[in-house]
Design a protein around this ligand. Structure first.
Ligand SMILES: *Cc1c(COP(=O)(O)O)cnc(C)c1O
Length: 405
């Protein structure tokens, strides 16, 4: 790959008619190295955020060995590529066949659940295996998140103690707890608040917990959404973990998706027509711009021209190529006022939930991927990372069932 070529030059060289996904594996590596060095536990990459080969390879190259998969197909993808990977199947509702396939064919031993029925499915489909890590998923507040994920999954605080006890009885190996504070979580204390709630249920249930999995939700930078420094999330989680009544040697896990890949991808899209402040593009809601359209998130956008425009910035709306009227992003996206048909726009920070969400609706969606070595958008992983708070000694812990370390 040429390091000297810009996304504009790279796109011109390939000259595809559809949109171009720009891949920046060096940004995946930087994010992964940050998590491996600073997150005080184990980092599982949430594969659904971006399952591209170049992403998986960059993560593996950086040293990530654990992956959170949401389906048996994601398990197959990772297990075939990296037979030594540790896989956790963290979708709380799985088909029986998916559970069996993940366990028997791809060596998955870790499964999430949020109901007794799902617990029974997992036990039955794994042949009552003795070496499972069963993780009870809690419903927690999504208040701090730009994209709440709390409505669909998770055991309620009232039901949690009983499910914890039942799962502990069934699990001869490890019992875990997990939650998801919602995606793009802007509040560092959201994790700690969630951990407090989970801890209350653990105390009420009187069970020994071996794994605390704080899920995903770690944020990326988007226009109008500048999160606190990532180290503050790590420090807050560290403190929350210390206050939990869990096994002395309990493990701390996280499942970042967005935070590991958002900065690493962007899309170069072409203006097919301009009508006033409306730009009709060759990519949209059913391509890599799901969040820009359906959630109306602002993504950084810039005009790519050999000779930069000197026109003032003006607000634009974007329309995708399909006939669906939902295929529109109100923005406003600030772009030079002289933008015209044939111009290329790069929309940044699309590495998470961009290409991963694309469809072939209306016959569009064929995306060429080109690797680039530049880093044009703001980063969560610059030098400005605050001091790491040292892990204090655990004060107290339940000791009902001590485990050999
Ligand atoms: C989607 C998801 C993640 C990743 O979430 P991000 O907000 O992208 O970090 C992690 N864990 C589970 C269970 C998920 O469903």
């Amino acid at each position: 790959m040429d390091s000297v070529l810009s996304p504009l030059e790279l796109t011109a060289r390939e000259a595809p008619d559809g949109p171009v996904a720009i891949a920046r594996p060096h940004r995946v590596r930087a994010a992964a190295e940050w998590f491996l060095a600073n997150f005080p536990g184990e980092t599982f990459y949430a594969v659904k955020a971006n399952p591209s080969e170049w992403v998986l390879e960059a993560l593996w190259g950086a040293g990530v060995r654990s992956f959170d998969v949401a389906s048996d197909n994601e398990a197959a993808l990772v297990a075939r590529k990296f037979p030594a990977a540790q896989l956790a199947f963290m979708h709380p509702v799985k088909s029986r066949r998916a559970i069996g396939r993940a366990f028997h064919d791809f060596g998955v031993k870790t499964f999430a659940l949020d109901s007794e029925d799902e617990l029974n499915k997992i036990l039955a489909e794994t042949g009552f295996a003795k070496d499972l890590t069963l993780v009870v998923r809690f419903a927690v507040s999504g208040d701090g998140a730009a994209y709440p994920l709390t409505r669909k999954f998770g055991v309620t605080p009232e039901e949690a103690p009983s499910l914890l006890r039942k799962t502990r009885q069934a699990s001869e190996e490890m019992l875990g707890v997990s939650f998801h504070v919602g995606s793009q979580c802007m509040r560092t204390d959201a994790y700690r608040t969630a951990m407090d709630g989970v801890n209350r249920a653990i105390v009420e249930a009187g069970v020994l917990v071996d794994v605390v999995d704080v899920g995903g939700g770690f944020p990326a930078i988007y226009p109008g959404m500048t999160p606190p420094p990532m180290i503050e999330y790590a420090n807050s989680i560290k403190q929350g973990f210390e206050e939990m009544f869990v096994a002395q040697n309990a493990k701390l896990w996280a499942e970042p998706g967005r935070a590991l890949v958002a900065e690493a991808g962007s899309t170069v899209t072409r203006v097919e027509l301009r009508k006033g402040d409306a730009l009709y593009l060759n990519d949209g809601a059913f391509g890599t711009l799901f969040d820009a359209t359906h959630l109306n998130w602002a993504f950084p956008a810039k005009l790519l021209r050999e000779k930069p425009s000197r026109a003032k910035l003006a607000p634009f709306r974007l329309y995708g190529p399909t006939c669906d009227s939902m295929d529109a992003a109100a923005g406003p996206f600030m772009l030079p006022a002289d933008i015209q048909e044939g111009d290329l726009i790069e929309i940044g920070s699309l590495g998470a939930y961009g290409t991963a969400m694309g469809t072939r609706f209306n016959g569009f969606g064929e995306t060429v991927t080109i690797e680039s070595k530049d880093a044009p958008w703001p980063s969560m992983y610059g030098e400005a990372t605050a001091k790491v708070v040292a892990m204090p000694k655990r004060r107290r812990a339940t000791t009902k069932k001590p485990k050999p370390v």
